[in-house]
Design a protein around this ligand. Structure first.
Ligand SMILES: NC(=O)c1ccc[n+]([C@@H]2O[C@H](COP(=O)([O-])OP(=O)(O)OC[C@H]3O[C@@H](n4cnc5c(N)ncnc54)[C@H](OP(=O)(O)O)[C@@H]3O)[C@@H](O)[C@H]2O)c1
Length: 325
């Protein structure tokens, strides 16, 4: 039985995480609606029903409405807080059209952001705080000061990063006294650079591969939990209509279906299980808010254990659209 880094550290044993980016209907600066509350309750309860106890937020999701909706659900379910692992992120400042305007890892911004997150979620502590995207102006000593303050005040138990390379993590870790326990990146069957990057050592091909060198190895060596965002690829291989002429996607989706039939499970569990078979014990952050789709992910850990090396490679090369080099 494989053990995830967060499990080794006693932080979480939830093999899947529910991503909370879509809990509210939109990113408009308007109050929560009854529909937002219903969607949140149904998604959270579907996740709990299949053993998901970890939830991924960010202060920007739906312009803070995702955290607010989750906080309302939590307030209506006394006794649940201690059973859940809540993760959120800070550091992105949005423009009016909700694209990132700039990043801010200053001490004061981090401290203020966490106060806002705790208030919206209605909790006294966050289990994990992630820095959302690298800020070119980041100063490790300033971040370290903020983390120390948050940790000593009992507001945040663990810290991590998102979308960072290994050298950026090493750079920060030299100043920060708490271990960085998570790196959340785009990882999935439709975003294969995390694997392709390792195939091209000493070869001229692959110049367009875009994944920081050594991230997978560094995180595995340091017991840092790799989390994959976007792991369902927005349904690309699990039922969303394939664009005419896109043979690579059509062939991959057909093989996902074939495997689901053979393994007596769903296409969603195959797509996630393929990612989870990687030895880094990646934790997928699934972004569905549809209860049926969330429940369709329930066999993914079993698929990860049972998928053969041959089928894992077959799916990888189908999705690459190319044979192995
Ligand atoms: N760290 C970062 O920078 C970062 C960036 C983006 C996201 N995230 C995190 O990762 C989580 C997941 O991201 P994601 O939402 O992009 O990933 P995802 O899990 O790949 O996709 C989920 C989305 O795809 C839709 N979908 C799935 N299967 C479908 C199908 N067969 N047909 C039609 N639609 C389908 C879902 O709709 P339904 O809801 O209707 O199922 C949902 O909107 C987010 O919630 C967030 O927590 C992190």
């Amino acid at each position: 039985m494989k053990v995830m880094p967060l499990q080794k550290r006693g932080v979480s044993d939830s093999r899947l995480v529910l991503g909370c980016m879509g809990l509210a209907e939109n990113w408009e600066p308007v109050p929560l609606t009854a529909e937002d509350r219903k969607r949140t309750a149904e998604a959270v309860e579907a996740a709990l029903s299949i053993g998901i106890t970890m939830f991924d937020h960010a202060d920007i999701y739906c312009r803070t409405k995702s955290e607010a909706a989750f906080g309302e659900w939590l307030a209506a379910h006394p006794g649940m807080r201690e059973k859940l692992v809540l993760q959120s992120k800070c550091g992105i400042i949005l423009r009016d059209d909700v694209l990132p305007e700039h990043y801010n890892f200053s001490r004061d911004h981090i401290l203020q952001s966490v106060d806002g997150i705790l208030k919206r979620l209605g909790t006294e502590y966050l289990d994990i705080l992630l820095l959302h995207r690298p800020d070119p102006l980041m100063e490790p000593d300033e971040i370290a000061e903020a983390f120390l303050k948050l940790s000593s005040a009992g507001k945040v138990r663990h810290f991590g990063v998102s979308n960072m390379g290994a050298s950026q993590m090493i750079f920060l870790q030299r100043a920060i006294s708490q271990p960085l326990v998570v790196n959340q990146l785009r990882l999935g069957l439709g975003h294969l650079d995390f694997l392709n990057q390792g195939l091209w050592v000493n070869r001229r091909d692959g110049v367009d591969v875009n994944f920081g060198e050594g991230i997978l190895e560094y995180c595995q060596m340091e017991d840092i939990q790799l989390q994959g965002w976007g792991p369902l690829e927005q349904g690309k291989y699990t039922g969303r209509p394939v664009s005419p002429g896109d043979e690579t996607t059509a062939r991959t989706a057909a093989f996902v279906n074939e495997l689901a039939g053979r393994m007596e499970t769903t296409p969603e569990s195959v797509v996630l299980g393929w990612l989870m078979k990687h030895p880094a014990n990646i934790q997928p952050i699934l972004g569905s808010v549809n209860p049926k789709r969330i429940i369709a992910c329930q066999d993914s850990a079993k698929v990860a254990e049972q998928m053969t090396r041959e089928d894992w490679y077959k799916l990888y090369s189908r999705a690459r659209g190319d044979a192995m080099p």
